[in-house]
Design a protein around this ligand. Structure first.
Ligand code: ADP
Ligand code: ASP
Ligand code: MG
Length: 470
């Protein structure tokens, strides 16, 4: 029986958190004979090592030597404090201190190079941003060894082969499978616990890539698939997937069971508890996924299965993405003209922007869609170029953007075929003066998304959340 467990930033965020994490690893190992661990960079709130690393890199490209030097000192403090708190001086403390120190020296050298060149490529951001995981796994593995268990820190650059899409790389399954089983299997056979960096991989040329922010969850499910794991567990700092973001909705509760589709929609639409791509390998290989709380390990958390037999007509969760804009292309001359939608989204794609939600009036007189607010100008310009002829002929009357909007998404596969759910949602929003700007229903029918003004986001989320409790 093989179990892949991933520990998020807070779970390795301090010496105390690493102690809890190590205890959990060893406790789980008593029942699962093969345990593979994936860990994030240290992330004790509010300071997250990955954020610090990237912050320093951005300061470097602006020529701000003082800021990145300060970041390097902060990184030293965070890691050295954890090492001093965990490792005994007569054991591996000096060795691990020296290794972490070398990483931070290397970080400084990279920042200096960025500063001199005045250039920060996606490739450089991945080399820099992925260093947090390399440091944390070395500390955790040494601590497990100090507790008397075989454990080995491994950089996932040796295991996960990706394309060269820096900052958002995709794994290449076959090569990853060969490499990861080649390295991990012998360790498991020797009863050693592999402690693997989340977030990073390397492309076919051996250059470090990252799987996107929050990507350690995805690392765990990729390795779960390649190692043919029986389950994948994600350990974080909340009791599983909650009915709303607990930072904003105090009454949010843990959801015991979700299906793959529901959790994918939640993750895609902003619930940062899971990286949106995490589900894919699990779906393909039918691997159950659990989300659990390192700081409350006896809580059952959430289990994610292919099918949730118990789902009734209920709304399960509500989530929101902020800082978006809604772009509308409209004109009476669009009616019945084939290819307008294709050209619209072609123009958006050519500006390298991804569309989060689409809604088209059935009369075909308008198409509206949302993109990140920062991309507004570039998308409008690109559409204006694409439709220059139509605009001149007045087939398209206008292309315009509504700034400062959010998408609020309501998830629950049982909503399908349950009459009255949308009625309740919209009456509640109406009763609380929340104006709905656009609506889209997920094709899976397990989600409904609405666009509201940014200032209405909190109210929309909390009033919809009240319907869950009802
Ligand atoms: P980790 O470092 O463990 O990966 P993250 O910060 O990436 O942790 O994700 C966990 C956080 O996600 C929680 O602390 C919580 O604030 C936030 N979150 C947002 N939406 C949800 C939700 N629906 N359920 C649970 N957590 C959520
Ligand atoms: N450390 C990375 C990040 O902060 C990956 C992760 O934590 O999942 O994005
Ligand atoms: Mg995360």
């Amino acid at each position: 029986m093989t179990l892949v467990m991933k520990f998020g930033g807070t779970s390795v965020g301090s010496a105390d958190a690493m102690r809890e994490t190590a205890a959990l690893i060893l406790r789980t190992k008593e029942t699962w004979n093969s345990v593979v661990v994936v860990a994030s960079g240290m992330g004790s709130k509010p300071v997250k090592v990955t954020d610090l690393l990237l912050q320093g890199a951005y300061a470097a490209v602006d020529g701000d030597e003082q800021s990145y030097s300060r970041v390097a000192e902060q990184l030293r403090e965070i890691h050295f404090e954890a090492i001093d708190g965990l490792l005994e001086p007569e054991g591996e403390r000096q060795k691990i201190l020296a290794e972490n120190n070398d990483f931070i020296d290397h970080y400084l050298a990279l920042c200096e190079a960025v500063c001199v060149l005045g250039e920060l490529s996606p490739r450089a951001l991945d080399a820099i941003g992925g260093m947090g995981e390399r440091m944390s796994v070395r500390i955790l593995a040494a601590y497990l060894r100090q507790l008397g268990h075989e454990a080995e820190a491994i950089d996932a650059t040796e295991l996960i082969v990706t394309d060269s899409n820096f900052q958002n790389a995709s794994p290449i399954f076959g090569q990853t499978q060969v490499k990861s089983s080649g390295v991990i299997q012998p360790l498991l056979e020797q009863d050693s616990i592999p402690i693997i960096t989340g977030f990073i991989g390397s492309d076919t040329n051996g250059v470090t890539t990252t799987l996107g922010r929050g990507g350690s969850d995805y690392s765990a499910s990729i390795l779960g698939q390649t190692m043919k794991a029986d389950e994948v567990w994600i350990w974080t700092d909340v009791d599983g997937v909650m009915s709303a973001d607990p930072r904003f909705v105090s009454t949010a509760r843990s959801i015991p069971i979700l299906n793959y589709r529901e959790v994918s929609e939640l993750a895609y639409f902003g619930a940062r508890v899971l990286h949106p791509k995490t589900m894919r390998p699990c779906v393909e290989s039918n691997i159950p996924l659990r989300i659990k709380n390192t700081f409350n390990p006896d809580h059952p958390g959430t289990v994610i299965l292919a099918d949730d037999p118990g789902s009734n007509g209920a709304i399960k969760a509500v989530t929101a993405i902020k800082d978006l804009c809604l772009i509308t292309v409209e004109g009476t001359g669009m009616v019945g003209v084939p290819g307008i939608a294709a050209r619209t989204f072609g123009a958006v794609a050519s500006s390298d922007v991804s569309v989060l939600l689409i809604s088209q009036a059935s009369s075909e007189q308008s198409i509206c869609f949302s993109v990140p607010d920062g991309a507004t100008e570039i998308v409008i310009d690109s559409l204006a170029g694409e439709f220059a002829g139509e605009l001149e002929r007045r087939d398209i009357d206008s292309i315009w953007a509504m700034r400062d909007v959010s998408i609020v998404t309501i998830v629950g596969s049982g909503m399908r075929g349950t009459p009255g759910i949308s009625g309740r949602i919209f009456s509640s929003l109406g009763d609380h003066q929340v104006n709905v700007i656009a609506i889209a229903q997920g094709s899976s029918e397990c989600s409904i998304s609405i666009v509201v003004a940014a200032e209405d986001t909190g109210s929309a989320v909390s009033h919809i959340h009240e319907l869950i409790a009802a």
